[in-house]
Each structure stands twice: as C-alpha cells, then as structure tokens.
Write a protein that binds this ligand. Sequence first.
Ligand SMILES: Nc1ncnc2c1ncn2[C@@H]1O[C@H](COP(=O)(O)OP(=O)(O)OP(=O)(O)O)[C@@H](O)[C@H]1O
Length: 438
Amino acid sequence: MTKISWLRTMRNVLDSYNNPAVLIDAEYNVVATNNSYDFRFGGLNGRSSAKCFFLSHGYQQPCDQEGETCPMQEARDSGHRASVLHIHNTPQGKEHVGIDTIPITDDEERAYFIEVMKPIREVSAVPIANKMIGRSRAFNELVDLIQRVGKTDTNVLLMGPSGAGKELAAQALHSTSPRASKPFVTVECSGLTDSLFESELFGHIKGAFTGAISSRTGLVQSAHGGTLFLDEVGDVPLHLQVKLLRLIETKTFRPVGDSKSIAADFRLVCATHKDLPAMVERGEFRDDLYHRISTFPIRLPSLAERRQDLPLLVESILLRIEDKAPLKLTDEALQLLAQQPFKGNIRELKNILERAVVLRHDDLIGTDVIKRSLNLIPVAELSGQKTDGLVQMAEQRLSLDQVEQRYLEVLLQRCVDKGQVAEIAGCSLRTLYRKLEP
Ligand SMILES: Nc1ncnc2c1ncn2[C@@H]1O[C@H](COP(=O)(O)OP(=O)(O)OP(=O)(O)O)[C@@H](O)[C@H]1O
C-alpha cells in the first residue's frame, strides 16, 4: 500500500471515532485528522502536518519538556494504550481533555499513534459560575482520578479538609458515571440521630411507629440506579456503623416496620474530613466498614496546595455571586488574598469574597475592601484573648470539649453569622451545628 492510500485508510479509521481524533507520527507531526477534529478545531489549517504540542498547547517543544506528561511517549515506551489528562487550547478557550493514545505501525513498521480527545465537561479550566474549577497540577490529578474511577462502580472515599470541594467532586464522579441520568442522593451523616438513621436511610411503612401516618421512601431507595453519597461518613456513630456495613455488604435493606427486604442498586461515594485510619486505630470507626467504603480513596488537595488556581477561582466565585456586573479584584487585592492561609479552603475564599462584594465601592475591588473583609473579625484580638484564656482554662482543668464550646461562644458573639464562625473554626456549617447541639 502506498503511504497516501494508507493515510486515506487511516482517515476512515479516525472517522469511526465520534470524538476528535488525530494520527501522529513519531516526530510529533499530526498527519491526519477526523471530521470531528476538523469541525471543532478547523483541521490543520491547510497544512499537510503540524506539531501536536503546538496545535494543542501552543508549545514550541514536546509536552514533557514543558512539565507535562506526553501520552505519545508513554504509548511508544510501553507499546500499549496510554491515557492522560491535558488542558488544550480550543476555540472555546482552555479545556480539560482526556487523551487516549494508541500505538500502531504502518506497512513498513514505522510507528504512528492514534490520539483520541474526549472533552471533560464536568470541570472547567476557564472562569464559569457553576462547575468545579481549576487547572493546577494538583487539580488536574484529581480530575484524572475522578474520570478514571467515575466510569466504574467502585466505592470511592473522598478525603480532605473541610471546604476543599468533596461534595462537588462527588457530583462530578456521578456525572462521569454510567449512572449519570439516575439520581444523585446525599445523606448528611453528621445530622443523623439514632432515631432518624434507619427511617431516613431505609424509609418506613405506615404505622411503623407513632406518628408514621403514611409510608415513606428512604434515601437508599431514592438513589435507586444512581449514586448514594454519604457525606461526613466519619460522623456515623459506632453503634450505627454496623447497619451501614450490612447495607453495603448485602445491597439490601428493610424499611422500618416492614418484614421484607428490598434490593438496593446504588454506587457508593463517601466523604470525610476526618482521619478515618486513625479513628479505626482508636476503635471509633469499624475496620470492616472502613475497608468496604475506601476501595478507591481520593484525597482532595487543600486550597494551599493549589494556589495557582486562586485567580481562576476568584473570577469564578465573583461570577457566581454577581453575574450581571463583571466584578474584578485589583492585582494588589489578589496578592493580598494569596497571602492568606485559607484553613477553610474554597468555602473560606467564597465567604471572604461575598463580604467583599457587600463592602465594595464599585466593580473593581481593591485591597482596602479585601482588608475590611478579612478584618471583619478582629482575629488578632481574638487570638490574644485566646492565649490568655487558654492559660485560665488549663488552670480550671477544662476538657477539650469544654474549651471548644467556649471558643465557639466567643466566635458566635463576634461574627456576623454562623457561616463566618464555621469559616474561622475551619469546619462546615453542618459540623458547627452539630458541635453547638446541647
Ligand atoms: N473546584 C472548585 N471550583 C469552584 N468552586 C468550588 C470548587 N471546590 C469547591 N468549591 C466551592 O467551595 C464550597 C465548598 O465546597 P464543598 O461543599 O464541596 O466542600 P466539602 O469539602 O464538601 O466541605 P465539607 O467537608 O465542609 O462538607 C462550595 O461553595 C463549592 O461550590
């Protein structure tokens, strides 16, 4: 076969892919493209070939020399298909793309690679109000894991500090999965009391207990065919954990008052900000349950670990708060924000920006406004008081729980609302409410 007719055959092969696909030679030259690629990217712009790293990224040298993995090299070295996540330049701006690279050879055993590009719609690399946003390396690694495990039915445990985006990650896992068209149901484990646990999760039949005037579908049944997301799973009390274990092991449940078991069909995603292995060590979390839920653990990076995403996150959050007038931060204001430790992660950033939007003079937000937003609470004063107070509290031999209560009381007196208290205390609002329960 001549090279021209081989390339023509390869174009037909590429056209069998619905997603954009290209053929690359071992010198990084894109030598053929499919219809989908031509439609989205305008083909090779009349050239017979172009370097893949330039077309996709605008680089002048291969991706590995720009600090990114090169799927073509991986496929060449291993001789097998290689999958990586990249951010590509597209007519819509920067976009996360899952790349599958398949090594092939022509009649003369010359190496070529088919590269198929699957746009990842659940996340965004440009400012947009309603998606998981980011383009830092730590964020991209997270997206890569979500994409890989999302396609399967494996149990996933999302770990990471409060406000880092575990709930959004759980939703992205669901959207990526074959169950995406079915329900995504969240169970807030931290609020579940003993009496609520079974009826919330499994539902009850009419007359099951006083006040059960009609039967009620539980959350497990509502999630049928979809994803069951157990948020703050580390807050499930030890004596109730066995009920969860039974549900996960048998994939059946019994509504309260019913004698028949019902088959459950859900994909399990759990999240926690707690150190579950340490809780297992201390006997606070069942070892068998931990192993069941953590088949595929994913650690979410804190905001401090993905600081490069700060400007992008700021722009997206401002869009979310006020989509009519485009609000912006001055460079100095952004620099000031970048110096914050962000113990409360993206939730804390969001709260700071919400306050700044209220306090702003106009649509360009400067350092004075950010300073006021940061200083709405006299943190320095609080910490000074806390040090003196701590000595007193130690002398009074207060328990850690009592100290925590006093600290929260001080915050409650000084903050504008409970959201701000939660932000400073570095916990979620739900966790705060639980801590404030009598
Ligand atoms: N990558 C992201 N892009 C944009 N917004 C984000 C991102 N991650 C988180 N957020 C926003 O930050 C806030 C906190 O996120 P989320 O509730 O998912 O965190 P969490 O880790 O589940 O917190 P907690 O453990 O306290 O429940 C939400 O308003 C969410 O929309």
